[in-house]
Design a protein around this ligand. Structure first.
Ligand SMILES: [Zn+2]
Length: 107
C-alpha cells in the first residue's frame, strides 16, 4: 500500500519538473517547483524534461526500502523515506530528510 501510494507520486514529480523548468525559463524563479529545479542544478545535476520523464517511468520503490520520488525524479538519487505514524489529526506519511518532501501513504 505504501508502494502503491508512492508510485502515484512519480508522475506528479515529473509534472513538477516540467512546471519548474517552464517557470525557470520564464523568469518565475520563486515558485516551489522552480526552486527545486534550481537547487538540483546547484547540486551539479542537470535537469531535463527527458531524463525526468525516464526516471518517473522507472521509479520502482522496493517495499520496506522505499526511496523518495522527488529526489529520484529530479536528481536520480535514492533518498530513503522515513515513516511517520498516523495520529488523530493526520494520516501516516513518508518524509524525505534530503529534500523535505512529505507523502501521505495511507488511504
Ligand atoms: Zn527527497
Amino acid at each position: 500500500m505504501r508502494v502503491a501510494a508512492l508510485l502515484r507520486h512519480a508522475p506528479l514529480e515529473f509534472a513538477r519538473v516540467v512546471y519548474g523548468l517552464n517557470d525557470h525559463a520564464n523568469g518565475r524563479g520563486a515558485t516551489m517547483a522552480a526552486e527545486d529545479v534550481a537547487r538540483t542544478i546547484r547540486q551539479g545535476t542537470p535537469v531535463t524534461r527527458e531524463r525526468a520523464e525516464q526516471r518517473a517511468r522507472a521509479y520502482l520503490p522496493a517495499a520496506g526500502h522505499e526511496h523518495c520520488p522527488r529526489c529520484w525524479v529530479f536528481n536520480g538519487i535514492k533518498s530513503p523515506l522515513h515513516y511517520r505514524d498516523h495520529s488523530d489529526d493526520r494520516p501516516e506519511s513518508a518524509l524525505c530528510r534530503v529534500c523535505a518532501a512529505e507523502y501521505v501513504t495511507a488511504r
